[in-house]
Design a binder for this molecule. Structure first.
Ligand code: COA
Length: 179
């Protein structure tokens, strides 16, 4: 039987192009993930070796085949420059799905992460048929929490994280703010 999602969806927004991450993107993503501001919360501050970046890309690639979502590289449409990443991945035992996002430090403060995340959520609630998406951020990660609120996410619970308390937000399809 063919997999339920045979294609790797490219997403477009007014300013951004989102392309499913390939093995060939692992090195660029590794550089991005190793930016101190990015790895601080995304990788618990630890350095990301290339092999680990490759494994992460590969694991999320499997998500595209099996579920229709994974990790997208976010590039600026006008220049093609890689600005960040955005993605969806499952977590926990109950089939929950969470949003991941991050920008190169030079690209923050311009609304790019929110724009990319809205496109990914629209895909999640549209083509993938999800009814709820989570956003889990370390308590001190105020910029990320603000971004989640812009998307219509609200705080559902607080749990113990590896280094910080984890603020677990979620948005149901009916509450998703597209603008
Ligand atoms: C999380 C992260 C992406 C947020 O970056 P950000 O720049 O605050 O988010 P956006 O790209 O959506 O930009 C929003 C800001 O741009 C401003 N902005 C400027 N021009 C804008 C425009 N044309 N349209 C929309 N917003 C614009 C907004 O007002 C907002 O600023 P404010 O928060 O001071 O009000 C960034 O801090 C990051 O990469 N962190 C590291 C990775 C991480 O922690 N990820 C979360 C774990 S999964």
């Amino acid at each position: 039987m063919p997999p339920p999602f045979a294609s790797r969806p490219r997403l477009e927004t007014p300013r951004l192009h989102l392309a499913p991450a390939n093995a060939s993107d692992a090195q660029a993503l590794q550089s991005l993930w190793n930016e101190p501001e990015v790895r601080k919360y995304l990788w618990d501050g630890e350095e990301v070796p290339l092999e680990k970046a490759r494994e992460a890309v590969e694991a999320m690639n499997a998500g595209f085949r099996e579920k229709g979502y994974g990790l997208w590289c976010v590039s600026l449409r006008h220049s093609g420059v890689l600005a960040g990443f955005c993605g969806l991945r499952g977590f926990g035992d109950a089939g929950a799905v969470e949003l991941l996002f991050g920008l190169a430090p030079s690209r923050t403060g311009q609304g790019y992460a929110t724009e990319a995340a809205r496109a990914v959520l629209a895909h999640a609630f549209g083509a993938c048929g999800l009814v709820e998406v989570w956003g889990r951020v370390d308590e001190p990660n105020a910029r990320s929490a603000k971004l989640l609120e812009r998307l219509g996410m609200s705080l559902r619970r607080t749990t113990a994280g590896k280094r910080h308390r984890l603020l677990e937000h979620a948005v149901a399809v009916a509450d998703f703010r597209t603008a």
